[in-house]
Design a binder for this molecule. Structure first.
Ligand code: GLN
Length: 289
């Protein structure tokens, strides 16, 4: 079948669910990934055809897209902060909000003057997108990343190789960790923060496909990870070290209060591109104890 003809059918079938623009962009993403062809190639060669085998592959991708399986999982990759990341069902698909958090860290982190490395820890690293992007974009860093999931860590490890950075990955359940072995200048985390009560707001493609382990917390103790990580930061963040969190948009003030009570200073709450309270920076000072 001529690719141009298939294109019309593909976009028509997906437009109902995704809208024309997204359906079209899915088509060209797959064309690029599976055939290394761009829009211009198709325009210049209108008679290009798919073999029967190629059409079978396209049909199965189309079917999965109609089931609302995220295209990033179907292609096994995505991009984050201009870098390529492999993704699979064991890791969350990196979000644009998280790119904003990373941007904040890159612009605000205080690189030591004495030639020492900036030691960074990412807790709940998933695909490794935060840890790897920081290692790639900040000079003289030593980056560590923790996750409870062995499968997520295997993915993150591959992503570190793809992006040619050095990150030390550690498998650990942070809720059962009392103290870490090293002191850090920056601790960052995008932990699970969606409450069960918010499940109805979560889109089907997320709910049915992304790892619940990385998303959900119990309604009764939604800040469990923040309290635990802040407590670890009190022990393992260096003097004037910085703590960065991605947060639940409905719990901005509660998360700020938690950090105030735990004696963090210079606490700053920021909104994401969608106007939701989404990230926090706090500074640790032993003097305030
Ligand atoms: N922002 C993600 C979502 O909306 C949630 C990420 C998280 O729980 N850390 O699905």
């Amino acid at each position: 079948m001529k690719i141009k003809q298939y294109r019309t059918e593909f976009i028509q079938k997906l437009s109902l669910l995704n809208g024309y623009g997204e359906a079209e962009s899915f088509f060209y993403l797959i064309l690029q990934e599976k055939h290394q062809l761009k829009r211009i190639d198709l325009a210049l060669n209108p008679d290009l055809t798919f073999s029967d085998k190629e059409m079978q592959l396209w049909d199965s991708i189309l079917e999965n897209l109609q089931q609302e399986i995220p295209i990033q999982y179907l292609l096994g990759k995505t991009s984050f902060y201009g870098l390529n990341f492999q993704v699979n069902a064991a890791v969350l698909i990196p979000r644009p909000e998280t790119e904003e958090l990373v941007e904040w860290i890159i612009s605000d982190c205080v690189v030591p003057q004495n030639g020492k490395n900036l030691r960074i820890l990412d807790i709940g690293t998933g695909s490794g997108c935060i840890a790897i992007t920081l290692a790639k974009n900040i000079r003289n860093t030593q980056v560590f990343a923790i996750d409870i999931s062995e499968k997520a860590l295997a993915t993150a490890q591959k992503n570190a190789i793809i992006n040619d950075v050095n990150v030390t990955f550690i498998q650990k359940n942070i809720l059962e960790t009392e103290e870490l072995d090293l002191q850090f200048d920056v601790i960052v985390s995008n932990p699970p923060y969606v409450r069960e009560l918010e499940k109805k707001e979560i889109k089907k493609n997320v709910l049915d496909n992304e790892p619940h382990l990385a998303l959900f917390v119990e309604d009764e103790d939604a800040l469990i990870f923040y309290r635990k990580i802040a407590a670890l930061a009190q022990k393992n963040l260096s003097q004037e070290g910085q703590l960065f969190f991605e947060i639940n948009q409905y719990l901005g003030n509660e998360t700020v209060d938690l950090l105030k009570k735990m004696n963090f200073k210079d606490i700053e709450l920021r909104k994401d591109i969608y106007g939701n309270d989404r990230m926090i920076k706090a500074v640790f000072s032993k003097k305030s104890f």
